[in-house]
Write a protein that binds this ligand. Structure first.
Ligand code: ARG
Ligand code: ZN
Length: 865
């Protein structure tokens, strides 16, 4: 007992350099699940073979398991095996044996939602990364691939649907109202891709014919009353299957593809071979309950999990340090899919906004790590924005530098070479290198160095000679464990525009800055040039340039790269706001003019206008400052919102009227119109116009879709007007039985900028619909509050204390989900001494708590630094 406690308090560090091939392999496994929510008996029969010449025992991973039975080649040999901590260690004389073990587990008592657990009365599994070992003793590591045969039996009335990976190879009825099913997966896979579901659900069934003529049955399993909400997910699945054939030449490889939606899930979804399990928020959508953002989330995540069938399943990861091999590549693939389905410009803007909000902050803080980490205590803590989103940017840079044809050749070679195996990030880079002939030696730094590079760009013009000289200098900031950095190759798409002629000089150039400094000469530049750099966000870096407000306004109106246009407007807003915070003085004129130009430009579509009008978040403004001042940032940003609202009141009201729809549609135009409409409403409210709350309440009540309703609800939640209380009550009454919509009810209130938000959040934590057991609900209150910079960083420290209180409660139930909520406290170095002290005190309080999980220990101890 004491040993276990000590181990939890100071968990061992696992290092990438310590990787060793598995001692034993396990080509075939048979699993038997006698299912019951209270007590399930799980038997594993493993064909194990010695891997190489050695005499080490077989160590099977376990987590909280007690062996009820251990048989070696059919015999109990009590002196051949022993428990070593959580693991079962067996001495085996020969090179091939059959090991059978049995354990009992309790799905309904599993609050971690890892391994086999109960959700909404159904049973389902989540294994990635190390949940399998909570079900049966196993070689639970991604480089051990096995063919699985799985038998399960359960009460037929309670669990009419029994699913696992692969094909159904048998089923039948049993005594006592039970039934059984057997599934066989012909593709060898690691344990983290195993899945099992026993449920009372109904399916939306459809079909897809692959390009070589394979008929695939598609089924999305949900509770029967949710069937009408599965159409969008099904359409996205079929579109993804067609897209992967067309763009990557990759086809689906089995006769069935099942997706199961559950309400209690630690993250978004899971790509288990042919049996994806999803958080229901990424499956269910209808106009009344899902916003346009929710619809996009559904198609993006459905596509992501589908694309994993190749980038993740057919080629998997050798060890968890290689996680970005599958996640970075798959995020890149789902981003491109979404870009092809709708507006590529808007998709890029959204992806970059997310990268900056989540990943740049991570890279700048105590938890910074390279996309291929060097060490971890708990790998669950490394499903991060860095591994996923920066990982996708790294793959995107390869695409940019090699060009689409060579990139595709590299991808083809990668899949051909590594199909059916567990690969590394290095394998991926080598395939890209071999197929393209491009030397990627220096590019590998993107896998090993953490931190966001900064590029200083200085443009000088010599009118007499018609020359312009662009100087680029890069620095990569130190990060924990990496004080010194080497220069990285940064692919920067660059163009110059003539200020007077408003035209682009020559074609855009792709410059790869690979040293500390370089100079680029432009000739034939007769008039003053304006610099457009990192167009399309071609490299995940921060650009420092001394472009004036006038230059940025010019680009926001004339750049022909939509992303660069958006970026110029953002930079103009950021410069204005950081200037206002620093000096207490603000000149809002240039922003107002630039916003007016964009808002009234008839050539632009509404969705792009909407994106461009969004002010930078308070957190992003804080990221630009040496010491974050949440109150001053909030005041400056609200002042700009008010001035924009007042100065352009007529334009906002016009935009609000012209985006009024007659009926609900999901076309990009209609989505864009809804987006702009709610943004316009926000500015009308910010202007202080007396009819603002009334307009919002009318939109709230008249809406025929959740986007409009939520848009109005969000605006009202920020307001001190009495209409706000009416909206809160009405929203609750209407949606109290829909968990996913109730999550919005919680989060919208927790995101409010009203001064009483913390009171309200504390009150909501006592609300009968609040529960710590459901990760979506937890995040909708606690995650939202700690993402609300003004409120979380209340100078009293109440926000910090509330978060820590919650973390302590959740850690005992679900450490993985608790640990994901720690990072906001780890940003203490960015704040004034008073706040930093209060934040550290809460981290210390967490660290001092006996029995902390290793998930929390790692996040908290690293955050204290
Ligand atoms: N592989 C899954 C996906 O990206 C997510 C698994 C997340 N696991 C975790 N422990 N956070 O589709
Ligand atoms: Zn993924």
């Amino acid at each position: 007992m004491l040993d276990v406690q000590a181990a939890a308090a100071n968990p061992p560090v696992i290092r990438r350099e310590d990787y060793r091939k598995p001692d034993w392999l396990m080509p075939d496994v048979f699993l038997d699940f006698a299912l019951d929510p209270a007590r399930a008996l799980v038997t594993g029969r493993l064909d194990v073979t010695r891997n190489g010449a050695h005499n080490r025992p077989l160590r099977l991973h376990g987590d909280g398991l007690v062996p009820l039975k251990v048989l070696i080649d059919g015999e109990a040999q009590a002196d051949a095996w022993r428990m070593d901590g959580p693991d079962l260690v067996i001495d085996l004389p020969g090179d091939a044996h059959v090991v059978e073990t049995q354990v009992a587990i309790s799905p309904e008592a599993n609050s971690q939602l890892m391994g086999l657990y109960a959700s909404g009365g159904n049973l389902c599994s989540q294994c990635e990364p190390e949940g399998f070992r909570r079900m049966v003793f196993f070689l639970d590591r991604p480089d051990v691939l096995s063919r699985y045969r799985v038998r399960m039996d359960a009460d037929k009335a309670r669990f009419p649907v029994l699913l696992s990976n692969g094909d159904l190879t048998g089923s039948g009825d049993l005594e006592h109202g039970r039934h059984w099913a057997e599934w066989t997966d012909p593709f060898p896979k690691p344990s983290y891709l195993f899945a099992l579901v026993a449920a009372n659900l109904s399916a939306n069934v459809d079909h897809f014919t692959t390009k070589s003529g394979r008929e695939v049955k598609l089924a999305i399993w949900v509770v029967e009353s949710d069937l009408p909400k599965t159409g969008h997910a099904m359409a996205a699945l079929k579109a993804s299957m067609a897209w992967d054939e067309k763009v990557y030449g990759l086809e689906y490889d089995l006769g069935e593809y099942n997706i199961v939606a559950v309400h209690d899930f630690n993250f978004g979804a899971m790509e288990n071979k042919s049996l994806n399990i999803f958080n229901s928020r990424y499956i269910l959508a209808d106009p009344d309950t899902a916003t346009d953002i929710d619809y996009d989330g559904v198609s993006g995540v459905v596509a992501h999990e589908y694309f994993h069938n190749w980038s993740g399943n057919r080629v998997t990861c050798r060890d968890w340090f290689q996680l970005s091999l599958k996640e970075g590549f798959t995020v890149f693939r789902d981003q491109c899919f979404t870009a092809d389905q709708g507006s590529a410009a808007v998709k890029r803007i959204e992806d970059v906004r997310l990268l900056r909000a989540a990943q740049f902050q991570e890279d700048a803080g105590p938890l910074a790590h390279p996309i291929r980490p060097e060490s971890y205590m708990e790998v669950s803590n490394f499903y991060t924005a860095t591994v996923y989103n920066k990982g996708a940017e790294v793959v995107r840079m390869l695409h940019t530098m090699l060009g689409p044809q060579k990139f595709r050749a590299g991808s083809d070679l990668y899949f051909a070479r590594h199909d059916g195996t567990a690969a590394t990030c290095e394998d991926f880079v080598v395939a890209m290198e071999d197929a393209s002939g491009v030397d990627l030696s220096q590019f590998r730094l993107w896998y090993s160095q953490a931190g966001t590079p900064r590029v200083r760009a200085t443009l000088s013009h010599e009118p007499a000679g018609g020359r312009a000289l662009l100087t680029l200098e890069q620095t990569v900031p130190p990060t924990p464990g990496q004080p010194e950095k080497k220069p990285m190759p940064l692919p920067l798409r660059i163009a110059l525009f003539g200020e007077r002629s408003q035209r682009k000089f020559e074609e855009e150039r792709l410059v790869v800055l690979d040293g500390e400094r370089c100079e680029i000469l432009f000739e034939g530049i007769a008039e003053r040039p304006v610099l457009s750099i990192n167009r399309g966000f071609s490299a995940p870096v921060v650009i420092d340039s001394d472009r004036s407000a006038a230059d940025l306004a010019f680009l926001s109106a004339h750049d022909d790269d939509p992303f660069a246009r958006y970026e110029a407007m953002q930079q103009l807003m950021v410069d204005t706001l950081t200037g206002a915070v620093a000096t207490g003085q603000a000149d809002h004129g240039p922003v107002i003019d630039a916003v007016r130009n964009t808002l009234t430009d008839p050539k632009l579509d509404a969705s792009f206008i909407g994106e461009t009008m969004l002010l930078p978040s308070e957190a992003f403004i804080g990221d630009q400052m040496a010491v974050v001042d949440p109150v001053a940032i909030h005041k400056a940003r609200e002042a700009l919102r008010r001035d924009l609202g007042q100065a352009l009141e007529g334009e906002w009201r016009d935009a609000y009227e012209r985006t009024r729809a007659n009926r609900f549609e999901l076309s990009p135009q209609a989505k864009g119109a809804r987006r702009l409409r709610s943004i316009a409403l926000g500015f009308i409210m910010a202007s202080g116009a007396s009819d603002g709350p009334e307009i919002a309440l009318r939109q709230f009540h008249d809406a025929d879709n959740m986007t409009d309703r939520q848009g109005a609800f969000g605006a009202l939640a920020n307001s001190m007007a009495p209409e706000r209380d009416a909206a809160i009550a009405a929203f609750y009454e209407r949606f109290r039985d829909n968990g996913l919509v109730l999550d919005k009810w919680f989060s919208t209130q927790a995101f409010s900028i009203r001064p009483d938000t913390l009171d309200r959040v504390e009150e909501l934590s006592q609300h009968p619909d609040f529960t710590l057991a459901n990760p979506n609900r937890l995040r909708s209150l606690v995650g939202a509050m700690s993402g609300n910079q003004l409120i979380f960083h209340d100078a009293s420290g109440r926000g910090y204390r509330f978060l820590a209180d919650m973390l302590l409660k959740v850690d005992g139930l679900n450490p993985q989900t608790a640990a994901k909520l720690v990072p906001p406290l780890g940003r203490w170095r960015r704040f004034d001494e008073g706040r930093a002290g209060l934040m550290k005190a809460q981290l210390q309080r967490l660290l001092d708590t006996p029995g902390l999980s290793k998930d929390m220990f790692e996040q908290v101890s690293k955050s204290l630094g």
